[in-house]
Write a protein that binds this ligand. Structure first.
Ligand code: CP
Ligand code: NVA
Length: 318
């Protein structure tokens, strides 16, 4: 079967969204089909109040524009209510244990938790101590919600997913990890191009290979020409992620991987440029590529809304 042939079946029940490792190909297809449907409804101004009066707690230990707005706007459009909780303000930030926080949230009738934080293990602890769905809004290890929006964007451009190639230039951190897992699961070939010393954890590369659909290839290389050849989507992320110190050695190692016009010319002629954003023009990408005709970054950012609505609906519905 292909993504185009898949019919939604309501297969997702009682799940968290901690990492795409926990999701099968069919479950990812289910989310993407739901996102496409919700996007159509929104464009047709057709109401879709599927989570009426459901409350989403949104815990942020790091800054956010897209993630915060997509979840906050998304839950409202579904008829529910967001509660924004910055760890700068709540007791969690002063050391109240996660296991106490989640049990308090449940007693206050919270129906789901989206959290952006540093350690993946903190999410796992939330999930372990609570009975409500926990959604990963970014950790140092993974950013699954971003990748669902990215897959939707790639699908909108090419009308299929299987057999396409996505190349990511940047270090083996949250974006590279989730892209490997998500692309491989939907049958896309994925290549992570990073200097030695900044490549992804081999355990996650292995997990992506194990989960690959339709013989999708997962490649890790520092060979830029090999990486860009045949790419349908070219993706990059900042040299220094939130919580990381600036480091001139790393910057020098990353600079040759900058996505610029010369780099885009080496990809397939109809390749698109993607970036999770925020971007640092002049570092990982040039202004010319960001603003150029191959850039799909704002469609990609918009798709955060549709993808996140699908995740909330499928995880939080009764
Ligand atoms: N891409 C992304 O997660 O953006 P924010 O950090 O603005 O949420
Ligand atoms: N890798 C980046 C992604 C931001 C959306 C970070 O963690 O800061």
């Amino acid at each position: 079967m292909t993504f185009n042939e898949y019919k939604p079946s309501g297969r997702i029940k009682n799940k968290h969204m901690l990492t795409l490792m926990d999701y099968s190909t069919e479950e990812i297809w289910e989310i993407l089909k739901c996102a496409i449907d919700l996007k159509k409804k929104q464009y047709a101004k057709e109401p879709h109040p599927y989570l009426i009066r459901k409350t989403l707690a949104m815990i942020f230990a790091k800054s956010s524009t897209r993630t915060r707005i997509s979840f906050e706007q998304g839950i409202r459009q579904l008829g529910g209510v967001p509660i924004f909780l910055s760890t700068a303000d709540i007791q969690l930030g002063r050391g109240e244990p996660i296991r106490d926080t989640v049990r308090v949230l449940e007693r206050m009738n919270i129906d789901g938790i989206m959290i952006r934080t540093f350690k993946q293990s903190d999410l796992e602890e939330l999930a372990r101590w609570g009975h409500i769905p926990v959604i990963n809004g970014l950790t140092d290890d993974f950013h699954p919600c971003q990748v669902l929006a990215d897959l939707l964007t790639v699908y909108e451009k090419f009308g299929r997913l299987e057999g396409l190639k996505l190349t990511f230039f940047g270090e083996g951190f949250n974006m590279a990890n989730s892209l490997m897992l998500g692309c491989a699961k939907v049958g896309m070939n994925v290549c992570i191009c990073a200097p030695k010393g900044f490549q992804p954890d081999p355990k996650i590369v292995e997990a992506a290979r194990r989960g690959a659909f339709a013989e999708a290839q997962v490649t890790v290389t520092d060979d830029i020409d090999e990486a860009i050849a045949g790419a349908d989507a070219v993706y990059t992320d900042v040299f220094f992620s939130m919580g990381q110190e600036k480091d001139p050695v790393k910057e020098a190692a990353m600079m040759p991987m900058q996505v610029n016009a010369a780099m885009m010319k080496k990809a397939n002629p109809d390749a698109i440029f993607l970036h999770c954003l925020p971007a640092h023009r002049g570092e990982e990408v040039t202004d010319e590529v960001m603003e150029g005709p191959q850039s799909w970054i704002f469609q990609e950012a918009e798709n955060r809304l549709h993808a996140q609505k699908a995740v909330m609906y499928l995880l939080m519905k009764d």
